[in-house]
Ligand binder design. Structure first.
Ligand code: HEC
Ligand code: HEC
Length: 250
């Protein structure tokens, strides 16, 4: 007896996808939990519009699928994005084009040689652009979120729970049930540890000063520095632990 093996040949993964196409986004998010992979960061090669993949492609599954599909040819990537749109991925024509071009170029069958290990040349980092590129797919451009799905970051005093609280959320992600401004959420905030120290510091400082949050600071809180982020990177936490830490601050 081999209870784990099926008597019928299983169809390849990409033929199975149609079976779940009808499911709503909210359901998908429950049936495709990130599981043990949640704490792992899947790093995609540097290239134009890479941030768009991190922003648009982690609401239902993590990037393991993308990493494992490396080497597909151009038309296979194009078809795959059709499938994802069938599942509910919401892309403007411009975003679709940028995502497909990135995948065909850097995850395709003839990827350019990996750049040498020299650190990226950073031009001046600006928190507003970091927010626009990485956060609005879920928290929305006005930072008001989507009720009971993605929490608001506008008028949200949690940003001041502790000086480094938002940095811990960004470096590690955060998972589990919580209430934000009275409404229940039970989602997954993905890790953004693939962003640089300066980018993470800038987006936290930007959020605290924008979207009506500046008025909520109970006491003056010093700006987060890239050095603060660098230090916190040395002590990774599980996303569930970040939620416990948050509860300890409330
Ligand atoms: C609305 C939910 C949703 C979003 C958002 C989403 N996907 Fe998917 N993705 C799925 C589902 C469902 C599957 C199928 C899982 C399975 O077959 O086990 C999948 C599977 C995949 C696979 C594996 C395909 C295979 O046949 O093995 C890749 C690669 C992938 N997604 C890439 C992406 C990319 C790139 C994006 C961003 C443009 C994205 N996904 C966004 C729902 C989504
Ligand atoms: C894929 C969707 C998604 C993206 C993209 C995303 N978030 Fe989140 N974020 C969430 C979810 C869901 C939660 C609530 C987590 C929970 O339920 O435990 C959250 C929670 C948070 C919190 C905690 C709020 C509170 O009141 O405790 C902060 C801070 C935050 N996100 C900042 C950001 C920033 C900054 C970015 C961009 C760099 C970002 N998020 C991108 C989904 C996302």
């Amino acid at each position: 007896m081999t209870p784990t093996s099926s008597p019928l040949p299983l169809p390849p993964t990409h033929h199975r996808t149609g079976a779940v196409a009808a499911l709503a986004l909210a359901t998908l998010m429950q049936i495709l939990p990130a599981g043990p992979a949640a704490a792992t960061e899947f790093n995609l090669p540097q290239g134009p519009n890479r941030a768009l993949i991190y922003a648009k492609c982690r609401t239902c599954h993590d990037l393991q699928y993308v990493v494992e599909s490396k080497g597909m040819n151009a038309s296979a990537w194009d078809g795959l994005i059709d499938d994802m749109e069938g599942f509910g991925v919401d892309l403007t024509p411009d975003e679709r084009k940028k995502i497909v071009t990135y995948l065909q170029t850097y995850m395709g069958d003839t990827p350019p040689p990996a750049p040498s290990a020299t650190p990226e040349v950073k031009t001046k980092v600006d928190g507003a652009s970091v927010f626009a590129e990485n956060c609005t797919a879920c928290h929305q451009e006005d930072a008001k979120g989507i009720p009971e799905t993605f929490p608001p970051l506008a008028h949200n005093s949690d940003l001041f729970l502790a000086r480094l609280f938002p940095v811990k959320v960004l470096l590690n992600g955060m998972t589990g049930a919580l209430r934000i401004k009275g409404a229940p959420y039970e989602g997954e905030m993905p890790s953004f540890s693939h962003l640089s120290d300066a980018e993470l510091a800038a987006v936290v400082n930007y959020l605290r000063q924008s979207f009506g949050n500046d008025a909520l600071a109970t006491k003056k809180m010093a700006a987060v520095t890239a050095d603060d982020v660098k230090k916190l990177r040395q002590s990774p936490m599980d996303p569930e632990k970040v939620l416990e830490y948050r509860a300890s601050l409330e």
